[in-house]
Structures are given as C-alpha cells and as structure tokens.
Design a protein around this ligand. Structure first.
Ligand code: B12
Ligand code: SF4
Length: 515
C-alpha cells in the first residue's frame, strides 16, 4: 500500500523546518508499504491538489497531523481526500484532545476515518496493517495489555534513515543558486534545519501549554548513543551533498535534567558529532555555567526561552512562577559571552497586562544582547488548564476558535484591556522589533563579532519576521530584501573583505555544520 503523510501549511509563512512526526512514522511503518511525505509549508497544496495527488499516486491511506492552528485546513484537506474514497487517519495534539470533532461525533461533519490518540509510535504499525486489510477502527489509543495508557520509553528509538530520505522540499537554498553555492568552502548547496528529539515530556505544567497533558509529566530520554549516531548520520549526509545542516532539538525543555543534558553534550563532543543546533531551554536551567560552556562547545547557537512576560504576577497566573524576570538579563549575557543567541518569546494579552505592555517589554529587550524577540497572544488551546479556567469563567468569546481560525486573534477577553488593545500591542511588538532600523541595530550591536555571526543574526531575523508578517510569496521576500538593502550591502562588503582573511578561531560564524 502507498501511504501519504501530509502536514498542512500554516497560511502565514513557509516553515523553516520540517515536522518530525512524518519522518518518525515513516521509519516506524511496517515493511512492504511505501510512504510519501508532503509538508504543505514546503510544498503548498489545496484541496483539489491533494485529491489529484492521491489519485495520481494510487495512495491507499492518508495520514494527516496538525496543531490546533492548522486544524481547519487539515479538516478541509481530509474531506477532499475522503471524497476520493481513500481513508484518512488523523493524529497530533489537536485531534488527541478533540477526537469527537474529527470523527463527527460532536454533531459536526466527519473528517477522519480514524484518529490516533497521543503518541502514535506503537499504534502506527497497527493502523497501517488494519488499513491495508480495510479494517480501520475509529480510535487508536496507546494502551498496554491492561488497558492502561502507555508511553514509549524512547530507549528503543527507531533509526531515521536520513541518508536516503528525499529532503529536496526542505532545502532552504534556492534551486537556482545550488550549483554555485556547492563550490563555496565545504559547500552550501543545501541548507536544512532538521528536527531531532532527545527526550519527551515536561513536568512544569504551564497553564497555556499542551505538552504536560499530552506527553505527560514523566520525562523520557533516548540513549546518548542513539542521538549521537543520528547527528553523525546527518553530518555525513550534508558533507556528501556539499551542503550544510543544523539541528533543532525539539525537546520541550532540552535541559530539564541538567545532568543528562551535560552527559549528552559531552558525548556529542567526544564523538565529533558537533553541529550547529537550536533548542528550547527554560531560563531557570541556564544558571549553570558548565552547562552553557557545553552548549557552546557542542555547537549550540540559538536557545529558545519562553520568557512569556516580564511581570511576575502574569507568570504566577499561568503557573510559570519559576521564570524570574530579574535574572533574564544575566542569562542572556551568559549566552552572549559564548556567541549563543536567544530567541525570547513573549505572550501579550495576559490577565495583568495593560496597554503599553509591548513598549515596556521592548524597553527591557533593547538593553539585552541582540537576539530574536517573538510575540504571541495568550491562546486557550483545547484541554489546557487555561481553556478550562476561561471556559468556567464564561470568558471565551470564540470557544471553537480553531474552526474559523484567524492568525493572531484572541479568543477570550483579557482582564485589563480589550481584545483590540491586545492586538495592537502584538502588532507594535513585531513592527518595532523587525523594522529595517531594528535589524540594522541588531547587526551593529554585534560589530565586534565575526561577520558570520552577524549574518547569522540578520538572516534569522529576516526569517522570524515571517512568523507574523505574511511571507508566502517571492514578492514579499523581495520587498523585505529591498527594505533592508543597506544592512545587506554592509554585510556583503564585509564578507568579501574577510574572505581574504579567514579567521582561525574555533567558533564558526555560519549556521552550518561544524567540522
Ligand atoms: C518543534 C515545534 C514547533 C516548531 C514547528 C514545527 C516543526 N516544524 O517541527 C516551531 C518552533 C516553528 C513551532 C511553532 C509553533 N508551535 Co510548536 N511545537 C513544537 C514542539 C516543541 C515539537 C513538535 C514535535 O516534533 N514533537 C515530537 C513529535 C514526535 O511529537 P508529535 O508531533 O506530537 O507527534 C507524535 C503524535 O502527536 C502523533 N502524531 C502527530 N501527527 C500525527 C499524524 C498521524 C497521521 C498520526 C497517526 C499520528 C500523529 O505521533 C507522533 C509520534 O508519537 C511541540 C511540543 C511537542 N513536544 O510536541 C510544540 C507544539 C506542537 N507547538 C505548539 C504551538 C502552539 C506552536 C505555535 C502556534 C506557537 C505560537 N504561539 O506561535 C507555533 C505555530 C507554528 C506555525 N506557525 O506553524 C503547541 C501545539 C498545541 C496545539 N494544541 O496545537 C505544542 C504542542 C507546544 C505547546 N506549547 O503546547 N512549534
Ligand atoms: S516549560 Fe514549556 S513545555 Fe513545559 S509546561 Fe511550560 S511551556 Fe510547556
């Protein structure tokens, strides 16, 4: 049987990174079946397009995974596939919480023939075999022989065959430039950010977050050896292709067990598996100097920190009181000293927020080493404690907000400002942080750094701008390039000048494979 795994696009920007679930399920598919992958963010498709693809490729089963944000599109695509007579199985965080919605048991239309609840590592092979026999069940739940929920230990993690997977759709280097860029240095013919997980689960239980409910509060880790081998495989592929790759450790909190993280990073270094990587780590765990040293030595370049708010009252409200805004600056300095940059994430529209919160936040951000500030709105995702609290208080204005999804639009009324005021704060945060002037300042603030590091920060800012400002078309990119031409020219001039004087340092400026 031929299987298509499909991830819908998010409608705002092309994702910079593919989704791990597709590769994982592909690796867990029983032999004898062929799996094709389509990520809508890299390979846009509409309803007619997916129906045609399914017919042209003689697909026998379609698996669709989606976050809440993409679920409306996912349902439309599922409907189009089912109309061709091919069954659809859906999985991921949204349908796990809203299985009745996907199965049409809540009074609405049915979108999926089957739903995989929770982690599907163990149920996927069963789903495939049932589908091949034409005996799909409605619901697949990961349970043990006694009917108790069971979670994969990750000690037996599948080997994802990165050396042979078709990754063309995920190359961030434009096709036209590939041949030329392959010849530069170790080669830049391809550049991909690859998702790798080293563990699952987070015990912190922040009120707005799906993770603790979905993956559980017990944390499970892969063996160091299996992670190291995966990095070596990825590095080997990049080398063979005369290209570059970076890794996104998608663990919710990569240093949740600091001792384990240090041991993994030491093993990465010992095996020569260093590569440039990104990970999410909460600020409280970055107090440890030795950990930060190891992050730098193993290739860590960007750390995503869920700061959420500078207001301790807000943080306490959402059960994130372990975040201490008073230590944010020190944490960022600690990273910056080692040429590691931070992606600092903030949420506006929290219950103690008042108009002006964006500027108050930015006043602090401007005093920090340059990084990537990003902003969102407090969003009641299904089944989270936040959703339940707001629902009980009668504060949800659009209880099924995902069905008529509008990006960056609140679904409840904050306590101390209106929804419109919260939207205006969000807009201000993005516009101020990603204007050509702000980008130029971020680059200038790193004047003492290698040009590669500054190019890294600049390119990352250009990409992150697309989280909020739609960047689906080439013309949008062209406009942004034009707006930022002065900074681009400055970096280009400096790059050419430095070409003649390559640095001898151990740290690498580019965001590619450290060799
Ligand atoms: C990496 C990541 C991202 C990446 C992008 C995704 C990518 N390219 O990988 C980035 C950083 C860009 C991102 C952004 C966002 N993210 Co995010 N992200 C994650 C993260 C940390 C890891 C995802 C992952 O790979 N997990 C590991 C894999 C193995 O797990 P999985 O995807 O759940 O898949 C398993 C099962 O769900 C199931 N499954 C999944 N799909 C399917 C499909 C089928 C057919 C089947 C059978 C099974 C199945 O099987 C898999 C194996 O067990 C998760 C949290 C988490 N730990 O999952 C949040 C998470 C998915 N993100 C979340 C959110 C909210 C966002 C944002 C909306 C945040 C924001 N406010 O802007 C944005 C929106 C993105 C966009 N614009 O498209 C939420 C989603 C909650 C929800 N109900 O939708 C999560 C769960 C985190 C949270 N705080 O709650 N994210
Ligand atoms: S620390 Fe991050 S992953 Fe853990 S519960 Fe809080 S927001 Fe979710």
């Amino acid at each position: 049987m031929k299987i298509l795994l499909y991830n819908p696009d998010n409608g705002v920007t092309r994702n910079f990174m593919p989704h791990l679930w597709m590769f994982l399920l592909q690796a867990l598919t029983p032999s004898g079946h062929e799996v094709l992958l389509v990520d809508g963010n890299a390979q846009p498709m509409d309803e007619a397009g997916i129906a045609q693809f399914v017919r042209d490729n003689n697909i026998g089963l379609v698996g669709i995974g989606a976050m809440t944000r993409m679920i409306a599109k996912a349902y439309r695509m599922a409907d189009a596939v089912r109309a061709t007579g091919v069954p659809v199985v859906m999985g991921g965080p949204h349908v796990t919480e809203m299985a009745d919605e996907a199965l049409g048991r809540d009074g609405g239309p049915r979108h999926a023939d089957a739903v995989a609840l929770g982690e599907a590592d163990a149920t996927w092979p069963r789903i495939v075999e049932d589908a091949a026999r034409g005996e799909l069940k409605d619901v697949y739940a990961p349970v043990d022989a006694f009917g108790q929920e069971s979670k994969p230990s990750l000690k037996e993690y599948p080997v994802i065959p990165w050396q042979s997977i078709d990754l063309k759709q995920f190359n961030l280097v434009p096709k036209a430039a590939t041949a030329m860029l392959q010849k530069i240095g170790e080669g830049w013919g391809s550049f991909r950010i690859i998702p790798v997980e080293s563990g699952r689960g987070c015990p912190y239980g922040c009120e707005f977050c799906t993770v603790t409910g979905f993956f559980g509060d017990s944390i499970r880790f892969r063996t160091n050896e299996s992670v190291v081998n995966e990095l070596l495989l990825l590095k080997a592929r990049a080398r063979t292709e005369k290209g570059q790759m970076a890794v996104f450790f998608i663990d919710d909190n990569f240093a949740i067990n600091v001792k384990r993280t240090k041991s993994l990073l030491r093993d990465i270094i010992a095996a020569g598996a260093q590569c440039h990587w990104v990970a999410q780590i909460s600020a409280n765990l970055l107090r440890d100097e030795e950990l930060v040293d190891l992050i730098a030595a193993s290739g860590g370049k960007w750390i995503f920190i869920g700061m959420e708010s500078l207001d301790p009252v807000n943080l306490k409200d959402v059960n994130k009181g372990f975040n201490k805004p008073s230590e944010y600056a020190a944490v960022l300095e600690r990273l910056a000293k080692r040429n590691i940059y931070a992606i600092t994430s903030f949420i506006f529209g929290m219950d103690n927020d008042t108009p002006g919160v964006a500027e108050r936040t930015l006043q602090q951000v401007r005093t920090w080493p340059p990084g990537l500030p990003i902003f969102g709105l407090l969003t009641p995702l299904p089944a989270t404690p936040l959703y339940k609290r707001l629902e009980a208080a009668g504060r949800l204005t659009r209880p099924r907000h995902w069905k008529d999804f509008v990006p960056f639009t609140m679904a409840h009324i904050p306590l101390k400002m209106t929804i419109e005021e919260a939207h205006a704060e969000l807009d201000y945060g993005w516009a101020d942080s990603y204007s050509p002037e702000a980008l130029a300042q971020a680059v200038a603030a790193l004047d003492d750094q290698h040009v590669g590091d500054r190019v890294n920060v600049f390119l990352a800012r250009l990409c992150f701008r697309g989280i909020y400002f739609p960047m689906m078309r080439k013309s949008s990119w062209l406009r942004v390039v034009l707006e930022n031409r002065r900074t681009i020219l400055r970096l280009l001039k400096e790059g050419v000048f430095r070409w003649a004087r390559p640095r001898n340092s151990a740290s690498q400026g580019s965001f590619g494979v450290a060799t």
